[in-house]
Design a protein around this ligand. Structure first.
Ligand code: BTN
Length: 233
């Protein structure tokens, strides 16, 4: 394992870990701003108990930070920063964010984010970016890598730019973040199905409210949804 610095982030890079999120969860509450990466993961985890297939060549990183920001702010900050990073390296690609925090290009998932809290109250933002490959079998949704779109960027360059956007976005308010999100929202004003923990519901995705919740219109009724995810369709 090698320790370097990117700005004021202490960066610990491993050849292989089971999961960078699991590793970050074991680290001390005294750590204020650290980054854990692995060149491959053997038990990478996704949202909702899914696994995250993690061969060499992609980016697997977990940010560990002590912050007063709410998890919902962190959801928007991280997804937006990823979209900005992709746009920075290729302004034509038009990444979209599938609520709450998958990043897609041309409807295919190129990045997934898993945010967790440690017992001591630190936040862990786990991010997988398909830089050079994406799983085609064993996943039920469309995937792609940045390389598929002729965007060849190294792990280090992607991380450095992402962290610069992340640090800048940490000083934005939730309404400012939502404004940006809306410019990149997947399926805005279209019919979507939302996966809630116990059921699925469909309706028109009409926007995001001031708390960051998704607004779903079904006939004359509008429901605000705080946790769940839009399904691919
Ligand atoms: C998802 O879309 O389901 C979230 C995927 C999150 C994957 C990243 S890879 C780095 C970090 N370590 C993990 O085990 N998971 C996250």
């Amino acid at each position: 394992m090698v320790m370097r610095k990117i700005g004021d982030w202490a960066w610990y890079d491993f050849d292989s870990l089971e999961s960078t999120n699991d590793y970050a969860l074991t680290q001390s509450a005294a750590v204020k701003k650290a980054l854990y990466t692995a060149k491959e993961q053997t038990k990478g985890r996704g949202r909702r108990g899914r696994s995250w297939i993690s061969p060499q060549g992609n980016l697997y990183m977990s940010q560990l930070l002590l912050t007063a920001k709410s998890p919902i702010d962190l959801v928007y900050i991280s997804a937006i920063s990823i979209a900005q990073t992709i746009s920075f390296f290729n302004a034509v690609l038009n990444p979209q964010i599938k609520w709450p925090n998958d990043v897609l290009i041309e409807g295919k998932k190129v990045c997934g984010i898993l945010i967790e809290k440690s017992i001591s109250g630190s936040s862990i933002i786990g991010i997988g970016v398909n830089l050079t490959s994406s799983p085609k079998a064993k996943v039920i949704y469309p995937t792609a890598s940045l390389k598929d779109f002729n965007l060849n960027v190294s792990r280090e360059d992607f991380m450095a730019k992402y962290l610069a956007f992340f640090d800048a976005n940490m000083s934005k308010t939730l309404p400012q973040l939502i404004d940006y999100f809306m410019t990149r929202a997947y399926k805005l004003n279209e019919t979507v199905t939302i996966n809630l923990s116990d059921k699925k519901i469909s309706g028109c995705f009409i926007g995001i409210d001031e708390k960051g919740f998704l607004l779903l219109k079904q006939g004359t009724k509008t429901t605000s949804i705080n946790t769940g995810e839009i399904l691919f369709s």
